[in-house]
Design a protein around this ligand. Structure first.
Ligand code: HEM
Length: 504
């Protein structure tokens, strides 16, 4: 019996030590479990797979490789998330590791050597600016104070449409909407109408378009190390030209502001004056430089103008293609507001169907189709090892079309938002057009107010006939290339007045 105990004891020691040694051996020798990845070409890696439109290419790859996969863009390691569950892991569960954005040499140059807020690493400068933005620049009080600016620009835009309606002329909606949103942002930022001087207006719109285009292109020298010091795509010359033109325009405006402040005449409440106050305040923990201010103005122009204009263009295109939805929206507006006054921002809470139309537009046509982040530490996401210094792409466009979360996802059906509390402010990961977490878009409230009010006014006052001659019964919904999800073909329509503006 004693022998039996001895043997049993020896057997136990052998078993435990074998398991222990194997565990140690396994932990030191096993490779990390990386996400699946397509076959990569030498030097360029997977760059060739992203054409012509990256978010669509990511979506197609995810059908084959799953909701998280790995790519090498040249020599840069990347991970792509294409499902709400994996997006939530990156943006919420492991948020602390994904708060930076990847480096982009075009943006670094345009923003005076990476002085931008939108691309700043998550550190003291970003935290300082975020506090100023949320407490002074884009908070409820400042947005309320600047309401007359938005209302005035909307009235001017509606007036342009009434003039076109009078003579039955077609309107290039992207052009007109971009003019309006440029003017709103420009007046809120610096009390300047971009359209007061048509030369300056055209120049600013052109600059924003050129910047979004060049920032959205894959600059090979960012990704392929042997091309690091070469400029095969001619980016350098174009960037120098863009920054010189932007600098001249903005420098003039800042000097005017400084002059009026010296003379004691110019304390208009605009965002530039708030920034100049902060820059002059010796007690602030960070000294704002002129470059910080210029880079911030560039951030807001680039982030805030095209995105709202393009969202409105998609929304109207969807309504033209769905006359029943257009009719229901008009009925709601007529019932709540009537035909004797124009819709205003304060009416929005009473127009749930209009709000649902805007949500549905942002679900299918998020104008920030891909969120860019950069990891600062190793993490395990969806069971896969994601090393530090990986560029992460969250495919917002694919989340809004995920059949596991949306019934008939490709159908435009605002009713899907009627019976639930799903919102677009970063809590529901199957619809995050403004991102999520600490780096969520700080312009969310402003852009929702602008988009809902403008769309509501456009359909309250006009019927829309599509096409240059107003004879199209539907419009195409093809996407063009670019970081802000532009339409491949601009939306051109003839407005037909439903309301006589003189009687209002
Ligand atoms: C339809 C309109 C808009 C859409 C769809 C949109 C979308 C986005 C998205 C997806 C992000 C990245 C969020 C993340 O990483 O989680 C972002 C960031 C940002 N947006 Fe917007 N945006 C819009 C309008 C605006 C407006 C009107 C402004 C300013 C007035 C603005 C300013 C910014 C800034 C400064 C950032 C960078 C935030 C940071 O890095 O901390 N956006 N936006």
């Amino acid at each position: 019996m004693g022998d039996l105990h001895g043997y049993f004891f020896l057997f136990l020691i052998w078993l435990i030590s074998t398991i222990f040694i194997r565990a140690i051996f396994k932990s030191t020798s096993s490779k990390p479990h990386l996400p699946p990845s397509p076959f990569a070409l030498p030097i360029i890696g997977h760059l060739h797979l992203l054409a012509p439109i990256p978010h669509q290419a990511f979506h197609k790859l995810s059908l084959r490789y799953g909701p998280v996969f790995r790519l090498f863009l040249g020599s840069v390691p990347c991970a792509v998330a294409c499902s709400p569950e994996t997006a939530k892991e990156f943006l919420k569960t492991y948020e602390h590791a994904y708060l930076d954005r990847p480096h982009n040499s075009a943006l670094a140059y345009l923003t005076y050597g990476s002085q931008s807020f939108a691309f700043a690493p998550y550190g003291s400068y970003w935290k300082f600016m975020k506090k100023i933005i949320m407490s002074q620049l884009l908070n409820g009080t400042t947005l309320d104070l600047l309401l007359p600016v938005r209302q005035d620009e909307l009235n001017r835009f509606m007036n342009t449409l009434f003039q076109k309606a009078k003579i039955g002329k077609a309107v290039d909606l992207n052009g007109e909407l971009l003019k309006m949103s440029n003017n709103v942002i420009s007046r809120m930022l610096m009390s300047e109408r971009c359209s007061e001087n048509e030369d300056e207006a055209g120049e600013m719109r052109k600059l924003v378009t050129e910047i979004t285009e060049i920032a959205g292109k894959f600059n090979l020298s960012d990704y392929i190390w042997i091309l690091k010091n070469l400029d095969l795509q001619g980016f350098g010359k174009r960037l120098k030209d863009i920054r010189r033109r932007f600098d001249e325009l903005i420098d003039g405006i800042i000097k005017d502001h400084e002059e009026s402040r010296k003379q004691g005449s110019g304390k208009v409440r605009d965002l530039l004056n708030i920034l100049l106050d902060v820059a002059e305040d010796e007690t602030m923990e960070i000294k704002l430089t002129r470059e910080h201010i210029k880079a911030f103005i560039l951030d807001i122009f680039v982030a805030g103008t095209q995105s709202s204009a393009i969202t409105l263009e998609w929304a109207l295109a969807e309504l033209i293609n769905h006359p029943n939805i257009m009719e229901k929206a008009i009925e709601e507006i007529d019932q709540v507001i009537g035909k004797k006054r124009l819709l205003q921002e304060s009416d929005i809470p009473n127009l749930p169907y209009l709000q649902a139309i805007v949500k549905e537009t942002l679900r299918l046509h998020a104008t920030g189709p891909v969120i860019l982040r950069q990891s600062t530490e190793d993490c395990t996401v969806a069971g896969y090892h994601i090393p530090a210094n990986t560029t992460v792409f969250i495919n917002v466009w694919a989340l809004g079309r995920d059949p596991n979360h949306w019934e008939n996802p490709l159908e435009f059906r605002p009713e899907r938002f009627e019976q639930n509390n799903v919102d677009v402010r970063g809590q529901h990961f199957h619809i995050i057009p403004f991102g999520s977490g600490r780096r969520i878009c700080p312009g969310t409230s402003l852009s929702l107010q602008m988009i809902q009010t403008t769309l509501g006014s456009m359909i309250q006052c006009f019927d829309w006939k599509a096409g240059e001659d107003g004879n199209l019964t539907s419009v195409d919904m093809e996407e063009g290339p670019g970081i802000t999800l532009p339409r491949a073909n601009p939306l051109v329509c003839i407005p037909v007045a439903r309301i006589d503006p003189i009687s209002l």
